[in-house]
Design a protein around this ligand. Structure first.
Ligand SMILES: Cc1cc2nc3c(=O)[nH]c(=O)nc-3n(C[C@H](O)[C@H](O)[C@H](O)COP(=O)(O)OP(=O)(O)OC[C@H]3O[C@@H](n4cnc5c(N)ncnc54)[C@H](O)[C@@H]3O)c2cc1C
Length: 597
């Protein structure tokens, strides 16, 4: 029966021409789901070749002594709470094996090769590296979370550790309604009352959002950040890997096999500068064409606008008739550039010895430029490690700089004002002020054999611009983001800036919108509710234990009844040490949890 229905739907879709505009994760996901179901899909992408696909997730390559070194746009990690992305990867064979049913997991898939991690590290100036391991026995409930927090805040004073721990616990005892209404409107900084903290604790707090996206603590909203941090902390209290990375460059180990599968499913790729989409034409409530920079207009039955925020804005500015009367397209145009920031990857090829630091990512919490890093050699397969060796390298550090405008609390220069070599020197200086596990500086200037900075950053010779800013999530942004569904039946939006249940600009969010876009077009064309791409309606509901959800529901009831029964805060004696902080947090968590019953 299911097969018969699938066949019927494939017939409804067969031959329908879909133009996917933009070949990033959102666009490739939509192409995958639609081509597999019988649509005739063409992806239009400015960048050429397989290496030009994948958008912000694509790898970048540089040459050292005649050898190619694989780099990244910025290193990739996938927390274990991701659902859509791993599911897509599980359906992509690593080799050229023909795929019989694109809906089914494949043997020897891209997902099978992912490398699981169970730790990350916080590096602080002049302190030994603090490694957080996934060893908390259970984080099903608030006391479990309190134990994780006790570990996380070891580098700050007991007073500040208690303050931050209590603020986080109080948030985790709230429910989705209050989060959406109150905490979405507050900045993370204000919610955490960060002005009350000592500088060392403030810097740790600032580094928390910046290790996720290029979001300053004072700019990102409390809900987006705390929800994601909660999901990550829960992963650190579960068996299995807390996060995943690739065993090689993203393009080689994921995107190239994906493109091979898409070609097998019949997807066509029109790539290069002439394929730049420059405008949309509409007539009678339908999109009738997408104009290209250097070729005849694209005419399709259905359109997926999967360009990034700034790309979609440029297209829509040139398409006033399409925007007129379509509130979702008007929303795209209304998102200010201040809702994006720069998050830029750079790689350092190391000369004589590798710097493995830890098998996980490292947040340099005191670095004025909000640096995070992964030491890649140890995580890559033999084949890709050899590429580093062939270029004369002993290791490859992949770093991300998230603060380009306002160095944090320091005399450090603005990254925006420098040349490429000056940026590299300053990055090395900031990393070198932290100590590894043997108490040695984590890096020395003469460790660096060669470097590569994200190709999207334009130098001339100083920094002139960045072609790929990333969405941050200021208070109130959620309501101002457009939805997948537009006022045009044959046009959908996809991309990390489009509303989706993973409320953080990530590959997971981009993938989710690609699926939602495909599902919407299936609704329009096939009028049957079966065989849709899997989407996650609510990551918290999926991931958070029933005990914690019950706590949130009870809290929401109180919130809705507007019962302000919060006890007046009593002055607290100064905690003696971190063990006492952890003990106090666990006690507080138990009493919060008890209120749910
Ligand atoms: C440095 C860095 C590190 C990151 N690390 C992670 C991570 O570890 N984990 C994670 O989950 N997320 C990470 N992200 C976020 C993630 O990469 C993005 O959210 C995601 O890749 C966005 O995908 P997208 O398809 O929405 O947009 P994009 O990746 O921007 O893709 C859009 C595509 O459209 C093309 N395009 C643009 N304009 C046009 C036009 N006019 N015509 C035709 N084509 C056009 C572009 O060339 C691009 O290929 C990181 C981001 C950055 C910047």
């Amino acid at each position: 029966m299911a097969l018969a229905m699938s066949a019927a739907m494939t017939n409804a879709c067969a031959g329908r021409r879909v133009a996917v505009l933009g070949g990033g994760i959102a666009g490739l996901t939509a192409a995958h789901e639609l081509a597999g179901r019988g649509f005739s899909v063409t992806v239009y992408e400015i960048r050429g070749g397989v290496r030009g696909l994948g958008g912000k997730a694509r790898s970048q390559y540089f040459r050292v002594g005649g050898h190619e070194v694989p780099g990244e746009h910025g290193y990739r990690f996938m927390p274990a709470f991701y659902r859509c992305l791993p599911e897509t990867m599980s359906r992509i064979p690593r080799g050229a094996t023909p795929v019989v049913d694109f809906r089914m997991p494949q043997p020897n898939s891209v997902a099978d090769a992912l490398v699981g991690l169970d730790r990350f590290a916080v590096a602080r100036d002049n302190m030994p590296l603090g490694i957080i391991r996934r060893e908390v026995p259970r984080t099903k409930d608030l006391p479990g979370l309190a134990l994780t927090l006790g570990k996380l805040f070891h580098s700050i004073s007991p007073r500040d550790a208690r303050h931050m721990g209590r603020k986080l616990l109080a948030y985790y005892a709230t429910g989705p309604i209050e989060r959406a209404e109150r905490f979405e409107a507050l900045s993370f900084w204000d919610y955490m009352e960060a002005d009350r903290l000592q500088p060392i604790a403030r810097r740790l707090l600032e580094s928390m959002p910046q290790s996720l996206v290029a979001m300053r603590a004072s700019e990102g909203n409390a809900r987006t950040l705390l929800d994601v941090l909660q999901l990550m902390m829960l992963d650190y209290g579960r068996p299995g890997s807390a996060e995943w990375v690739f065993p090689g460059p993203t393009t080689d180990v994921w995107l190239a096999p994906w493109v091979r599968l898409l070609v097998q499913l019949g997807v066509r790729f029109a790539q290069g500068p002439t394929q730049r989409i420059v405008g949309l034409e509409v007539d009678g409530g339908q999109v009738t064409a997408a104009h290209r920079a250097g070729a005849a207009p694209v005419e399709a039955d259905l359109y997926v606008l999967a360009t990034p925020l700034e790309g979609s804005q440029a297209i829509l500015r040139a398409s006033p008739t399409a925007v007129m009367g379509c509130s979702q397209l008007a929303k795209v145009l209304a998102i200010p550039s201040s809702a994006t920031r720069w998050m830029v990857g750079l790689q350092l090829l190391l000369r004589d010895r590798d710097r493995p630091w830890t098998r996980g990512h490292v947040a340099f919490a005191d670095s004025p430029w909000g640096i995070t890093a992964v030491s890649q050699h140890q995580l890559w397969s033999h084949e890709h490690r050899q590429r580093i060796t062939r270029a004369g390298g002993a290791g490859l550090l992949s770093l991300i700089v998230t603060e380009w405008e306002r160095p944090r609390d320091s005399e450090a220069p603005r990254a925006r004002d420098l040349t490429a070599p000056e940026i590299v020197r300053e990055v090395v200086r900031q990393v070198a002020s932290c100590r590894d596990l043997e108490q040695h500086p984590m890096l020395r200037a003469d460790d660096v054999l060669a470097h590569h900075i994200d190709d999207d950053v334009r130098f001339g010779p100083r920094v002139e611009g960045n072609g790929s800013p990333l969405l941050i999530h200021p208070p109130g942004l959620w309501a101002r983001r457009p939805s997948v569904v537009t006022g045009y039946d044959n046009l959908v939006l996809a991309g990390d800036y489009v509303q989706n249940p993973m409320d953080l600009a990530t590959m997971e969010g981009a993938n989710a919108t690609g699926r939602m876009a495909a599902n919407r077009l299936l609704d329009v064309v096939a009028h049957t509710p079966h065989d849709r791409a899997m989407v996650i309606a609510d990551y918290q509901a999926e991931h958070v234990s029933p005990a914690l959800r019950a706590l949130g529901r009870a809290s929401d009831l109180r919130y809705l009844r507007r019962r302000s029964n919060a006890p007046t805060p009593q002055p607290q004696p100064m905690p003696r040490d971190h063990d006492q902080v952890t003990h106090d947090l666990v006690t507080e968590a138990q009493s919060l949890q008890a209120r749910a019953s």
